[in-house]
Design a protein around this ligand. Structure first.
Ligand code: PLP
Length: 390
């Protein structure tokens, strides 16, 4: 059976370029901190990957801090203490949008009572006037804030107006962290134009291996106190022997994604549009969430009233299609999605929300197969519903 994998926002298959680069490393020995030839070779590979990752987002290579993934990068970056040009800055509060991933909602090193939620509109876009009012209130009270907003949402694909948010944050002397996990390698993203001071990214969302990620600072004058202390690796920000193979795979995936980005944006948008047109023709009462907002071209979160998403996801899986339910998109657990709740989506729609997310390996065959199976499942679940209602 042809399996169609439409869950790239959960994890993307490993790109062949990443696999090849990793296999090369796995056959070699070398601790990047050692001074002998093997050590220097491992160090050179990490530094090359650092350049590749930096290039993807337009950052300085020296400002890349490799971590075990975006969750760790976020936990490291959301620090109440940040050093700017040798001066220690103490952030009193963390402001996050209502649609953040649980890794950000957990607040990093901020205690729960120092985290405030910035409201979003019905499409999940940050309410800029509400943010401005929050910033003004804290700035007038002499409080220093760190703000964290994601670039693209993992459930709906909505892209936030980062430059506008950054301008407001900086006008009130705040610092700005961006969770760029779902945008990097899928849509043009540039560190400088985003206005971010810090960003977090993940290898496995862009076709690199799981277990690698990075926190990247605007420049090397921004320093983050480590929470893993020891050997002083990664500019002293993250101790521990580097996972050379995963970092090399991350670099190769970043390089491959950067190379193909422009054509991929158009290709994925075309597949996504065909998929959404197909959904509407099979189920005219289907809603595509946030469809009027700017979205990354790979993500569709749709709901058909009366169809339970959990039931549908299992039915899709049995027919060879991997998708997620809206409620499970951020945690893998069933329940109400805090993101959809923050967007004030009606519970009936929220319970029915199914996410498809395309990526580098997706083809028209996957979309056609998805639509064939969706037509069958829709027919079956809707007729079951009619029988129950009769
Ligand atoms: N942020 C967003 C928006 C995500 O979608 C994810 C993963 O689902 C993460 C952070 C965490 O990334 P990682 O799996 O690399 O820890």
């Amino acid at each position: 059976m042809h399996r169609a994998y439409l869950d790239h926002n959960a994890t993307s298959p490993l790109r062949p370029a990443a696999r090849e680069a990793m296999i090369g490393v796995l056959t070699e020995t070398g601790n990047a901190s050692s001074v002998h030839r093997e050590g220097r070779s491992a160090r050179a590979k990490i530094d090359h990957a650092r350049e590749q990752v930096a290039k993807l987002v337009g950052a300085e290579a020296a400002a890349v801090i490799f971590t075990s993934g975006a969750t760790e990068a976020i936990a490291l970056g959301l620090s109440p203490e940040i050093e700017l040009s040798g001066r220690s800055l103490c952030c009193d509060l963390l402001l996050i949008s209502g649609v953040e991933h649980p890794a950000v909602r957990a607040g990093g090193r901020f205690p729960a009572d120092k985290i405030e939620i910035i409201p979003v509109d019905h499409a999940g876009v940050v309410d800029l006037s509400a943010l401005e009012a929050m910033l003004a209130r804290h700035c007038n009270a002499g409080r220093q804030v760190l703000v964290s907003v994601m670039a693209a949402n993992n459930e709906t694909g909505v892209i936030q107006p980062l430059d506008k948010i950054a301008a407001k944050v900086h006008a009130d002397k705040g610092l700005f962290h961006v969770d760029a996990v779902q945008i990097t390698g899928r849509y043009p993203f540039n560190f400088a134009t985003s206005g971010a001071d810090l960003i977090s990214i993940s290898s496995h969302k862009l076709g690199g291996p799981q277990g690698a990620g990075a926190l990247i600072t605007r420049n090397t004058k921004i320093r983050i106190p480590p929470f893993l202390r020891g050997g002083g690796q990664e500019r002293g920000a993250r101790a521990g022997t580097e996972n050379v193979a995963a970092i090399v795979g991350f670099g190769a995936a970043a390089d491959d994604a950067a190379l193909k980005l422009c054509e991929e944006v158009d290709r994925l948008a075309d597949l996504r549009d065909k998929l959404e047109a197909g959904i509407h023709s099979i189920a005219p009462d289907a809603t595509v969430l946030s469809s009027a907002a700017l979205r990354v071209p790979n993500t569709t979160c749709f709901a058909v009233p009366g169809i339970n998403a959990e039931t549908a996801v299992i039915a899709f899986d049995l027919e060879g299609i991997a998708v997620s339910s809206g409620a499970a998109c951020s945690s893998g657990k069933v329940g109400t999605s805090p993101t959809l709740a923050a967007m004030r989506i009606e519970p009936e729609i929220s319970r029915a929300a199914i996410r498809t997310s395309l990526g580098w390996s997706s083809t028209i065959t996957d979309v056609v197969r998805f639509l064939e199976v969706f037509a069958q499942i829709h027919e079956r679940l809707i007729s079951n519903q009619r029988t129950r209602a009769a």
